[in-house]
Ligand binder design. Structure first.
Ligand SMILES: NC(=O)c1ccc[n+]([C@@H]2O[C@H](COP(=O)([O-])OP(=O)(O)OC[C@H]3O[C@@H](n4cnc5c(N)ncnc54)[C@H](O)[C@@H]3O)[C@@H](O)[C@H]2O)c1
Length: 373
């Protein structure tokens, strides 16, 4: 029996969802919902075989009538909380796009609701589903590379004014946040996950260099993790809009891991010091291991990581396991992001997890204060 999916929100990212669903036999698209019927029709005609799928304008009616096993929440980020809560309270599991919500307290609530109801939340944290990443993470965690000293990520995901003006919610503090909250959050999630320890402190600065938006188009932060390791984060959309680059590195006592993407092309360099003192490159070893464990499918996920997210979620429902990017990942990454924002606002380090709620909306007026620019 296939799991019934309803997609709520038929914009840019929903096409990746639909393509993934179309490739998996254990999922079936039951309906889509969007307040704009044209968007729903555009989505359904973007992938072969979905013409005639039921369209709803009200997500509540869609969930009540269809009773989906999985609700895919692909609406503007400021609406995630209300739709995710409604869907879970009506018995549905979620594929919830990042960021989980726009406040630390709401993310904690969804994480707790998932635990209370037993409904799974798979987060749209795409980087966890790229090939080799999970294998490297397991090896870091069993100590193959020795003590983790530090890590770094950059996300230089150029977006011009046309991207920001394509929808009113983009780049607003209330509904989106800026380059850190939208483009960089899943890289932060990945880095923390790989380094195997939770953030306990954040110190950050934000800037608005080029884009005409409310929130930041550039952010830099340093995180201290519970195990003492430091992690540096650079996230921006203020680069050439034809260039999309992201890279992470984890440095350890006996090795280092660097993986990244530059305008669609992957690169990696995984080094390990052997017992004889020689440094060996493990790229080939991990590529072969990934092929052995996941076959071609795992490499297909590099082209559309949502394929990996859906496949893993279906497996979670069948086997009763937690998804790779689970509800806790959603909460923890939003909490860290709110810590980064709060630190920029207060111009001081902030302890994590946050003791009091912080929302990105509290950043209103940040760039109007000349001390921040
Ligand atoms: N994981 C990823 O790689 C990734 C990539 C892009 C976007 N995202 C996330 O996905 C979400 C959507 O982003 P997007 O770029 O697709 O946005 P978008 O603006 O292109 O699409 C959003 C859609 O939601 C619809 N919508 C708005 N309010 C609604 C409501 N109440 N009920 C039903 N539909 C409603 C809009 O009409 C629109 O069609 C955001 O949270 C974003 O951060 C994730």
């Amino acid at each position: 029996m296939a799991y019934k999916v309803v997609i709520i929100g038929c914009g840019r990212v929903s096409v990746k969802h639909l393509k993934a669903i179309s490739k998996l036999t254990d999922l079936e698209l039951a309906a889509v919902a969007d307040t704009n019927e044209d968007s729903a029709n555009r989505l359904l005609s973007s992938v072969k075989g979905f013409a005639g799928t039921k369209i709803y304008s009200d997500y509540k009616v869609a969930i009540e009538e269809v009773k989906p096993d999985i609700t895919a929440v692909t609406v503007p980020s400021g609406l995630h909380y209300q739709i995710a809560t409604f869907a879970m309270e009506h018995g549905s599991n979620l594929l919830l796009e990042k960021p989980m919500t726009m406040t630390s307290a709401q993310s904690r609530e969804l994480y707790e609701l998932s635990r209370k109801t037993g409904k799974k939340i798979a987060m749209g944290h795409i980087y966890r589903y790229l090939p080799i990443v999970g294998l490297v993470r397991d090896d870091i965690n069993i100590g193959k590379f020795g003590k983790v000293t530090h890590g770094s990520i950059y996300v230089r995901w150029g977006h011009g004014e046309d991207y920001y003006s394509s929808a009113a919610w983009r780049g607003t503090w209330k509904s989106d946040g800026g380059a850190m909250m939208n483009q960089t959050i899943h890289a932060i999630d990945l880095l923390v996950w790989l380094m195997g320890s939770e953030p306990v402190q954040a110190q950050a600065m934000l800037a608005k260099r080029l884009r005409n938006i409310e929130a930041e188009d550039l952010g830099m932060a340093v995180l201290r993790l519970e195990n003492g390791a430091l992690a540096s984060v650079e996230g921006t959309t203020a680069t050439l809009d034809s260039r999309h680059e992201a890279e992470f590195s984890v440095f350890c006592e006996n090795g280092s891991i660097t993986m990244g993407l530059s305008s669609g092309k992957p690169h990696m360099n995984i080094l390990l010091k052997r017992e004889d003192g020689k440094v060996k490159k493990l790229n080939g070893y991990y590529m072969r291991k990934q092929y052995k464990e996941g076959g071609l499918f795992s490499y297909k996920c590099a082209l559309n990581p949502h394929l990996g997210i859906y496949s893993d979620l279906a497996k979670s429902l069948t086997e009763g396991k937690e998804p790779v990017a689970d509800a806790y990942a959603g909460f923890s990454s939003v909490d860290t992001l709110m810590g980064i924002y709060k630190s920029a606002l207060l111009r001081e380090p902030v302890a994590l997890p946050l003791k009091e709620d912080f929302s990105s909306e509290m950043m209103q007026g940040f760039f109007e204060n000349t001390e921040n620019t």
